[in-house]
Design a protein around this ligand. Structure first.
Ligand SMILES: [Zn+2]
Length: 358
């Protein structure tokens, strides 16, 4: 199984090619670490390839316990590396370490968002305690969900700043956790791009909800503020205009397509899971834009309902996922509703049509 890192390997590989000695060394270091994390879960991945229907594991939390956060600091020299040293638990005051306090606050906002908007009790819907480790490794430019907790690097502070600073990244990574307890979508090819896209959708909704932002006011960027000053880019991805988030000599150009005509077939990035996710991302944006107002109230409900829909299978690609979003919209709001037609029209605009039937 992959490590569900926010920063795709192709950006890191571009830095290895284009960066100076120091940048190259750091990017290689991040890539190597990501590989170790991945290989630790390779057995599971091998078993997953042919599995069509999987049953989510039983929840690990106990419903009713409410929000319980624990933030750890990475200790490079201790034997058990994760989670690290416990530095802040639920209800304790700020520590003064911005990474610790941002992770603590971000997890709290995410918990309340899931609870208030979707009625979901934490990642497993049973009040799973939320744990995060900060200051992971050294100048590590990434953040990931390891199957049990969140892990954040500080960034190299040349290309990337602290990963705890981005609420949509926190939301994105937690959604990889939710995915474990719901649809368990594959992490390769189209299904993997749907999986990635759902994480971006939940991430942007978390940001919009916390800021009280309407569809029109949102920047629709994933990882806004993550790139350091001097880097030519606004974020890692744009859901509104995939392929426009960055264009920089060190990072390369944002490769995301926003339409099926530009769908990329490739070996790397698990078959382009962080690339082709631009297509379902834009379908979500277009749905939300057509409806206006707060995206979490209608478009977000449709997507969240689809994520929790037992009919969503781990291997489903764009079209079958799109069909389920349309069914969700019809079930939530009515077959003839403007929500259902917004969903249908949005998918058509990214090149996925004829969603009825099948
Ligand atoms: Zn991801």
């Amino acid at each position: 199984m992959p490590n569900y890192a926010i920063l795709p390997p192709f950006i890191l590989r571009h830095i290895v090619r284009a960066g100076d000695a120091e940048e190259r060394r750091r990017a290689q270091n991040t890539l190597a670490r990501d590989r170790v994390i991945r290989s630790a879960r390779m057995d599971l991945m091998a078993n997953m390839q042919d599995v069509v229907v999987m049953t989510p594991p039983p929840p690990k939390g106990r419903r009713g316990r409410g929000l319980r956060r624990t933030i750890y600091v990475f200790k490079p020299h201790s034997r058990r590396r994760l989670p690290g040293q416990r530095v802040r638990t639920e209800g304790k005051p700020p520590t003064g370490d911005p990474a610790v306090d941002e992770a603590y606050d971000g997890l709290g906002i995410a918990y309340r968002f899931l609870r208030e908007v979707f009625g979901r009790h934490s990642v497993d819907d049973h009040d799973l305690p939320l744990a995060a480790t900060v200051h992971y490794s050294s100048k590590y430019s990434n953040a990931f969900w390891n199957g049990e907790q969140m892990v954040f690097g500080d960034g190299d502070l040349k290309l990337f700043s602290r990963f705890t600073g981005s609420l949509e990244i926190i939301g994105h990574e937690l959604t990889h956790g939710i995915m474990q307890y719901t649809a368990q979508m594959n992490y390769t090819l189209q299904a993997g791009a749907v999986h990635e896209s759902i994480c971006d959708v939940m991430g942007i909704l978390l940001k919009q909800w916390s800021l009280g932002q309407t569809v029109e006011a949102s920047d629709w960027l994933i990882g806004a503020g993550l790139l350091m000053p001097g880097i030519n880019g606004a974020a890692l991805r744009s859901m509104k205009a995939p392929g426009t988030a960055y264009d920089d000599p060190l990072l390369g150009a944002d490769p995301q397509p926003g339409h099926m005509d530009d769908f990329r077939r490739m070996q790397h990035d698990n078959g382009g899971v962080h690339i082709n996710s631009g297509i379902p991302n834009r379908a979500f944006y277009l749905t939300a834009a057509a409806l206006g107002g707060n995206a979490w109230e209608r478009a977000g409900k449709v997507w969240y309902n689809t994520l929790c829909d037992k009919r969503l299978r781990p291997h489903y690609g764009f079209k079958r996922f799109a069909r389920l979003t349309l069914r969700s919209a019809a079930e939530l709001f009515g077959k003839q509703s403007i929500e259902a037609s917004a969903v249908r029209e949005a998918w058509a605009q990214v090149g996925i049509s004829s969603l009825e039937g099948g």
